[in-house]
Design a protein around this ligand. Structure first.
Ligand code: DSN
Length: 422
């Protein structure tokens, strides 16, 4: 916390809250699959004087003077993004994943046009056409679901729906789908109906960068992502595309949707992209998947019901309402709250064909990006599975949850998180 000395003097209340959050992130096992630990280098870039500068426009074409440095920072970020993912064009200005997707709609569609995406309760994202989101309000959204038996995408069903509804845009990707995305198969569907395929790889960008998940490029001409999940950068967004869509997408981001880019974030993204291009990041990406598989195996041994039976990626979706002989079933929300009390942070989540309400669903969603960033491996995943079992077996017993929390903190002490202790 030495870097927060000025804050200590100016605003001790906020400084203490940041210190408290730092301790919390250090002492618990963070299993939310969309979160991670950004490196200290990423945070230094993000917490820099670049936050002081307005830069509406793009490198070489700005509406403000004084862009000598900012233009170079953004150009480096763009070139690194293109090189890392093998894309012809990159826009690193979207404030996050939702604005990145919003820009895609603005670039490709008119209000009322048809878009096809995975339904939210089945693991899709709000911006893929969910009814309460701008995407479902402004456009004619049609949603595909998962196969009732396998809980996997059934491309034949997607094709049938696409033939019937003739979408202009098809989204792949989601927030709670634990299996590999068949980008090539989706590209065939999109070609057949004349739609533009958009791959939202927000969750798996780091896996794609590290070679632990197939790349959507060249199958999808447009790829959107956040930068802070498996990619381990600051909170931000990016759009990658073919040259064909570059101008429309750039115009949609600015001036269509946003004002000045967050230059401090752009610098943090550049640093994260450099880190993601390094050989250790490839090991990191593959270890995330190995850890998720080990955690899934540990949970299956404890009798947990995993959606789709396991995982190929960084995340696992558990139906916590299904108990075992020595563990009662419990709804997702109380399960997530009990796990949090035990120092195991996750989020409650809908499961496919969810019979309950989104605010009180049947499952929890966990993942391994953060624990892998701390250097944890398969043996630690076994311990996490055991703790999850014990915590949910005693979900109404604060003393048991407190004991587990102490054990969790002891393990965490041995695995310093990036950005906090290393
Ligand atoms: N909120 C993100 C997640 O947790 O998956 C998706 O945008």
């Amino acid at each position: 916390m030495s870097h927060l000395e000025a804050l200590k003097a100016a605003d001790p209340e906020i400084r203490e809250l940041i210190a408290e959050e730092e301790r919390r992130q250090d002492r618990c096992i963070r299993l939310i699959p969309s979160e991670n630990y950004a490196s200290r280098a990423v945070m230094e870039a993000t917490g820099s004087v670049l936050t002081n500068k307005y830069s509406e426009g793009y490198p070489g074409r700005r509406y403000y003077e004084g862009q000598q440095v900012i233009d170079r920072v953004e150009t480096i970020a763009v070139e690194r993004a293109k090189a890392l993912f093998g894309a012809q064009h990159a826009n690193v200005q979207p404030y996050s994943g939702s604005p990145a997707n919003q820009a895609v709609y603005l670039a490709l569609l008119k209000p009322g046009d048809t878009v096809l995406g995975l339904s939210l309760p089945f693991g899709g994202h709000l911006t893929h056409g969910w009814k309460v989101n701008f995407s479902g309000i402004t456009y004619r959204a049609v949603q595909y679901e998962l196969d009732p038996a396998t809980h996997r995408v059934d491309l034949d069903r997607v094709l049938d729906l696409a033939r019937k509804e003739r979408p202009k845009v098809i989204f792949t990707g989601g927030t709670a789908y634990p299996r590999i995305w068949d980008f090539e198969g989706f590209a065939r569907v999109a070609r057949e109906v004349g739609a533009v395929l958009v791959a939202d790889i927000a969750h798996i960008a780091g896996l794609v960068a590290g070679g632990a998940h197939p790349s959507p490029i060249p199958h999808a001409p447009i790829v959107t992502t956040t930068t802070h999940k498996t990619l381990r950068g600051p909170r931000g967004g990016m759009i990658l595309s073919t040259a064909e869509h570059a101008t429309a997408l750039d115009r949609a981001v600015f001036p269509g949707l946003q004002g000045g880019p967050h230059n401090h974030t752009t610098a943090g993204i550049a640093v994260a992209l450099k880190e993601a291009a390094s050989p250790p990041f490839r090991d990191y990406a593959h270890q995330i998947v190995r850890n998720a598989k080990a955690l899934a195996e540990g949970l299956l041994e404890k009798g947990f019901r995993l959606i789709s039976g396991g995982t190929d990626s960084h995340l696992i979706l558990i139906d916590t309402t299904a108990g075992a002989a020595d563990r009662p079933g419990v709804n997702g929300k109380p399960a997530a709250k009990a796990l949090d009390k035990a120092g195991l942070e996750c989020n409650y989540n809908t499961i496919p064909f969810e019979p309950r309400k989104p605010m009180d669903p049947s499952g929890v969603r966990i993942g391994t990006p953060s624990v892998t960033s701390r250097g944890m491996r398969e043996p630690e995943m076994r311990r996490i599975a055991e703790w999850m079992h014990r915590a949910l077996a005693a979900w109404e017993k604060p003393d048991v949850l407190e004991r587990i929390r102490a054990e969790v903190a002891e393990l965490c002490e041995a695995f310093p998180p990036p950005g906090i202790r290393i």
